[in-house]
Design a protein around this ligand. Sequence first.
Ligand code: AHM
Ligand code: MG
Length: 335
Amino acid sequence: MVGHKISLTQYLVEKDREAGSVPSELRLLLEVIARACKRISYAVGKGALAGVLGEAGTENVQGESQKKLDVIANETLLEANLWGGNLAAMASEEMDDPFPIPHRYPKGGFLLLFDPLDGSSNIDVNVSIGTIFSVLRCPDNASGVGHEAFLQPGSAQVAAGYAVYGPSTLLVLTVGAGVACFTLDRETGSWWLTEDGMKIPEDTKEYAINASNARHWETPVQQYVSELQAGKTGPRGKDFNMRWVASMVADVHRIMTRGGIFMYPRDHREPDKPGKLRLMYEANPMSFLVEQAGGAATNGLGRIMDVQPSKLHERVAVFLGSRNEVERVTAMHKA
Ligand code: AHM
Ligand code: MG
């Protein structure tokens, strides 16, 4: 960065002047989320020195065993967002039910959803992990703030973002007017704008999928991936490279930076479960960011952000990233 540095606050104030998309209640909320991510980043950075690695010895609502950092990150986000007066309730991948703002604090007009620590399997091996979040408006007619208030399609999101805890700590954010990336200055604790108007190239030679599941994939995915693997000698006439970090934040950040397609398809193992990733905490916020950066995001059949959720912890198949590849694999599902 050269010249005048733009802070997260200045960016949000100016976005509101330009696009009218960041009322002060939303700006304050996003600043609190960024502060919570900063705290999580410090805990991640200390690792074994702070005793934060390893199993928590508990399970979440999806029956997955929780790591200590899953629990710490969840509590950090809850505590930070409790008292600010901007939220009506929060929902987390790590909690069975929504968490309403306690009566002793004022309630605000927004709902916050998050995957507090994405990429849990990478925590103990010192590979990039992150936090994903999504902001919705609380419906005016919501009777109490239970599950129903949250069941809005991704197209209703007013903001979404992720933090990546990697070699640098980054915050990638959209308020529906493009995508901006901020880098945390770990010495001063400030977030500075380091890239504005992120754009995903329409074409790519890179794909991301957990290939160990190949035998369980549905036919269109098997066909699409085998065409990519056939490279120059196959129908695509060019070689593709594969990258799989197994932290969605890190895989999506690579795609936001240089393009690519990320896939987590449904498969034949559990026909009732449409994919592994969660619609509300992972797929919707990432789809909003990817679309705002000129990419596309589908579940193989249609736009992810048009899916009407029927339950808070719903899962969905995910194909997102460079537009032309996402359209191609989606067309193969419809053929
Ligand atoms: P998590 O939220 O419990 O960490 O699970 C989601 C993660 C994603 O970050 C990643 O894309 C995927 O699970 C990795 O799955 P796999 O273990 O099949 O590689
Ligand atoms: Mg996750």
